[in-house]
Write a protein that binds this ligand. Structure first.
Ligand SMILES: [Zn+2]
Length: 431
């Protein structure tokens, strides 16, 4: 470095700082290797999994990738004469048993792999941390940690199922909201076999991720509009059946103090599975159909009823929207049912819409909800579909397996719910 500088009197700062970091990493790795090495000490024998003793076999070298780079250290190794299994208690103590890298590197890989594509994660690790790993290693590690987060969540869900969840402490929330939605992500062919897509007769290319979020509201703004408590939103999501998802979301709501909240609200679009889950797991909650979805139904129907007539369409839509805004759903249904439509297909569409509003009438009493200063839109979960799921899982050229997607989804939900540090502190040892 200094020779180069003397030669052409210039200094390439970036080259120098990177080289210096790399050199310091190497020096650090040497120090770390010294700290990790067990100097000749050993216990004679340790217990083997099979129940027999494993005897000291000698000191054996171990290669490990750390945040300071790759290093080697010696530690005592024991082999069981009964089942021939070898083990190193030191590896277990360091939480590096059966894995090629240290906890610090594993955390970096999980975070990088959950934020962007595995290859971008690899690039970031190299640039930002000077750690060289493959994209595949980032993928494996992010999925392993996501899988472990999911396993922890499933054990909570099992406890919830058996009504064994501990009572929740802390102040009760004035208003606790649950919002649910579904969003499709592209999957590999094998994951959609035998499933029909949205277009009739066409195979599906996506699978639905069900996303739920829980948040609280304490205050309203100066105009009396509801305000979401800052940093109060937590997420759960997975590609799974409505039944499994219902238990997952119930467990999360419990954790957030559902049982003690003064007011409970469930918001979603018109999807039937959402309201089935609301009835089953959140009885007694105020149910609200997202106002913007309801409006969208009217706009879309109006476009079909009046394909050309601009003025007529405007008038008709305004009449319907006024009923909707006033929560006069019966009057709205009457308008829809009163349509005299010669076109059979159109008549069927209108009848379906009438049925949609009729079915959800009690969930569309918007003036009542406004008086109570409640949210009437599912904006939080819709934003969640984009930030939690779309931003990472819907990038072009990505095709997921259900297992891989669910692991990354679990990891992202954990991080975006601000729980990753807690999870990491309490995590189970490396597999
Ligand atoms: Zn054994």
């Amino acid at each position: 470095m200094f020779a180069a500088r003397r030669k052409d009197s210039g200094l390439d700062l970036e080259a120098v700082e990177m080289a210096t970091r790399s050199g310091l990493h190497q020096a650090g790795a040497a120090i770390l290797a010294g700290l990790l090495t067990e100097e000749g000490r050993h216990a004679g024998q340790v217990a083997c999994q099979c129940g027999q003793p494993a005897h000291y076999y000698g000191h054996r070298p171990r290669q490990l990738l750390t945040v300071l780079g790759s290093l080697r250290f010696n530690r005592a190794y024991y082999v069981c004469q009964h089942c021939r299994k070898g083990q190193s208690p030191r590896d277990r103590e360091l939480d590096v048993e059966g894995v090629f890298c240290s906890p610090g590197v594993r955390r970096m890989m999980a975070v990088a792999g959950s934020d962007s594509s595995f290859d971008q994660g690899r690039e970031q690790l190299e640039l930002l941390a000077g750690i060289a790993v493959t994209a595949k290693a980032v993928e494996r590690q992010a999925e392993a940690i996501g899988g472990d987060i999911e396993a922890c969540q499933q054990s909570e869900v099992r406890r919830a199922k058996q009504l064994e969840l501990p009572a929740v402490c802390g102040p009760a929330a004035p208003i606790l909201y649950i919002e649910m939605d579904g969003t499709g992500i592209p999957v590999v062919k094998a994951e959609t076999e035998g499933r029909t897509g949205k277009v009739d007769g066409q195979p599906a290319h996506t699978r639905e991720v069900k996303l739920g979020c829980v948040f609280t509201q304490t205050t309203t703004d100066q105009e009396g509009r509801p305000e979401r408590d800052q940093d109060s939103t937590t997420y759960v999501a997975a590609i799974e059946t409505a039944e499994a998802f219902g238990l997952r979301l119930y467990t999360e709501a419990w954790r957030r103090g559902w049982s003690r909240a003064h007011q409970k609200v469930v918001i979603g679009d018109g999807a039937i599975w959402i309201w089935n889950l609301a009835e089953q797991h959140f009885p007694g909650a105020i149910q609200i159909v997202d106002l913007y979805h309801a409006r969208q139904h009217l706009w879309e129907l109006a476009a079909k009823l009046f394909p050309a007539g601009d003025q007529a369409r405007k008038q008709w839509t305004a009449r319907c929207l006024a009923r909707l805004n006033r929560g006069q759903i019966e009057a709205l249904v009457k308008i829809l049912r009163g349509l005299q439509l010669a076109d059979k297909e159109l008549a069927k569409i209108a009848a379906n819409e009438a049925e949609y509003f009729e079915r959800n009438a009690e969930r569309m009493r918007y003036p009542v909800f406004r008086v109570q200063r409640l949210f009437v839109g599912s904006g939080v979960v819709e934003a969640g579909c984009k930030t939690v799921i779309g931003a990472r899982l819907k990038c072009s050229g990505m095709f997921w397996t259900v297992r891989g997607a669910n692991a990354i989804i679990a990891l992202r939900c954990c991080r975006l719910s601000r729980r990753f540090e807690d999870y990491w502190a309490d995590r189970s040892p490396a597999a």
